[in-house]
Ligand binder design. Sequence first.
Ligand SMILES: NC(=O)NCCC(=O)O
Ligand SMILES: [Zn+2]
Ligand SMILES: [Zn+2]
Length: 556
Amino acid sequence: QSNQFCEAGIGYGEVGCGISSSTKLLIKGGTVVNAHHQEVADVYVEDGIIVAVKPNLKVSDGVKVIDATGKFVMPGGIDPHTHLAMEFMGTETIDDFFSGQAAALAGGTTMHIDFVIPVNGSLIAGLETYEEKAKKSCMDYGFHMAITKFDDIVSRDMEIIVKEKGINSFKFFLAYKGSLMVNDELLLEGLKRCKSLGALAMVHAENGDAVFEGQKRMIELGITGPEGHALSRPPVLEGEATARAIRLAGFVNTPLYVVHVMSIDAMEEIAKARKSGSNPSAISHFLKASQNLSLGTLNRVVKCISIARFSLRHIGQRVVGEPVVSGLVLDDSGLWDSDFATASKYVMSPPIRASGHDKALQGALSNGVLQLVGTDHCVFNSTQKAFGIDDFRKIPNGVNGIEERMHLVWNTMVESGQISITDYVRVTSTEWYALTVTLRYARIFNIYPRKGAIIAGSDADIIILNPNSSFEINARSHHSRTDTNVYEGRRGKGKVEVTIAGGHVVWENNELKVVPGSGKYIEMPPFNYLFSGIDKADASYLSSLNAPVKRSKSTT
Ligand SMILES: NC(=O)NCCC(=O)O
Ligand SMILES: [Zn+2]
Ligand SMILES: [Zn+2]
């Protein structure tokens, strides 16, 4: 085991060298759970693909049999929000594409989507850098792309990224003034370009200018510790940016995905938009037109009302909200800890909020206002966090979660009865998205049913969770490279006992057996279901405008 990637606690093995060489697997007698259905059945896997899901399957000798009686057999988790090996705030996240993914597999996540950061604004250079970083992957992964500037080259490269590189989402940071932040003009250009390419626009929603002001205030008050981080960027700034991004996306009429929703303020904006379903351009036209009640305008008003009603009943503004585990299960008390190493490990943006926001976000996840759970796994060790010992603005932002997400969501949401087991699969893996009252569903990242399902033909990314077994989290035993854990000491019921990735058993008996280079890049096509009907809504809006009003020149 001289491989450079082999670390304490992580076994390294290749298929055929004594560790899980079987490419044929039978998982017997478990309850198979998909996002829409659960039943007791066996699952047969061959060469990385699920071949059959049926009760009482018979197989020949030489097939590895795993008894799952009394346990849940579910699709491996998909983490839609990670930052592995990301250069950020003068340093680099300590988990790379091997250690972060190994940790993920130990916690039942079998695919993640990481954010490519452009190099000097160049998307292609950024992607090349990330392709290199990802060569050591031991599980499947995809990419989102951040947009940090906008010009003709970026616009052209966005098309290449979508059409040739398999990326279908772009993230705009409304915070991090002076580094990643974009202004409204750029956001608008980006939203229009996303719409034309069928790519999902994502936002980090905090008002970066106001955060900058808040930080100055704290420093002037002499508040330089980690608590200053939370105090400088209160929920109102997250709510404002979320509302702004939602309205601009509505104005352009393109779907929007709000990453790491951390506050009631942001969540309520999402709830309002999804409920109202109004196309703001249609509504503003309605208001304008209704001030002038000539016959012609009345005609237009009627048309606008019908557009708005159509929107209300059938569309809902297409906004997706992603809570992250830290926002769901933690409160901000840790930031006030007198020990800097303890307090600084909780620094992330938007900040972990005061008690109450966590419960509200759980409620929003259970009632469908928020749709899928990420982690924003972005890990720095205590030496890196200490860069900000005298000034909270220099503490690298980010917390762990890639290994803990599946356990904490199970324990917090399923064990407490807030969501069903099928909903658990939906919010951690399948990412189905309830779009209308008629229950038409669609996947957000357009990779279903290859991923996120236990059905014949899907990739064999599977977990076996024992609801009667328990988990405990601590930095001593986790698989991330970081030396702290924001969930230190948490324990609960429901443990992922087996993880199968690409048909190989990679986690069993508390042991990891992972192979650098075995993970595959998953291309994600554009125009997911969120885009369906948008062209029709645009066309009917345009036709409602009629011809330009002809006016004679005034003589007075
Ligand atoms: N969230 C955070 O604190 N760090 C990662 C970068 C981001 O997603 O904003
Ligand atoms: Zn962010
Ligand atoms: Zn992030």
